[in-house]
Write a protein that binds this ligand. Structure first.
Ligand SMILES: [Zn+2]
Length: 190
């Protein structure tokens, strides 16, 4: 990742080969002044620069997925998705935008879990697949999904790749701030 403020007379961060001032500069200036919610709705205009997930997510049944896109002003936007593969789907999520590369990296380090790269399509598969599985069990994603979904193209179909639950059946592991009674009430009585 590059530093936050591109030099106007250096090559543009978009990789066009033109100088920044004569390429994405104006678009970047305009974007910096827009509301974060307006920026997030345009997310798919900006290239994905990094996708990461905690090491061992398949064994743990819990994935912390990061999707980061590069903005034309040399900054970044990201979405974070805490995915329960066993039952609840996207149980927490948030996004932020207009951040320097350093801020993005320190946000990722804050989770205290080693992360590794994940293919963008695999990240989408994992997140959308978990939501589909959770909905079969009557769980909806966290309300902030309505914003952070824009980072991973919510309208484009995905090819199911991963399996969820234990042998396809939901399993509930209690999290720290789960509404336990509400969750248990939705589970089949078995
Ligand atoms: Zn450019």
């Amino acid at each position: 990742m590059k530093t936050n403020k591109p030099d106007p007379y250096q090559p543009c961060p978009c990789g066009s080969g033109k100088k920044y001032k004569f390429c994405c500069y104006a678009q970047g200036q305009q974007l910096s002044s827009e509301h974060p919610l307006a920026q997030i709705k345009k997310a798919t205009q900006f290239p994905v620069s990094q996708c990461a997930v905690n090491v061992g997510w398949q064994q743990q049944g819990m994935a912390n997925v990061f999707v980061i896109r590069q903005l034309p002003n040399g900054k970044y936007m990201f979405g974070v998705y805490l995915v329960d593969l066993m039952l609840l789907g996207v149980k927490d999520t948030f996004f932020n935008t207009n951040l320097s590369a350093e801020s993005v990296q320190s946000m990722m380090r804050r989770t205290d879990m080693p992360v590794e790269s994940i293919d963008y399509e695999d990240a989408r598969n994992l997140i959308f697949g978990s939501i589909e599985f959770a909905r079969q069990n009557h769980f909806e994603p966290h309300p902030d999904w309505e914003n952070s979904k824009h980072i991973i193209e919510p309208e484009r179909p995905f090819q199911p790749k991963f399996s969820f639950g234990m042998d396809g059946k939901p399993v509930y592991y209690q999290g720290i701030d789960d509404e336990v009674d509400e969750i248990l009430a939705k589970l089949p009585k078995t």
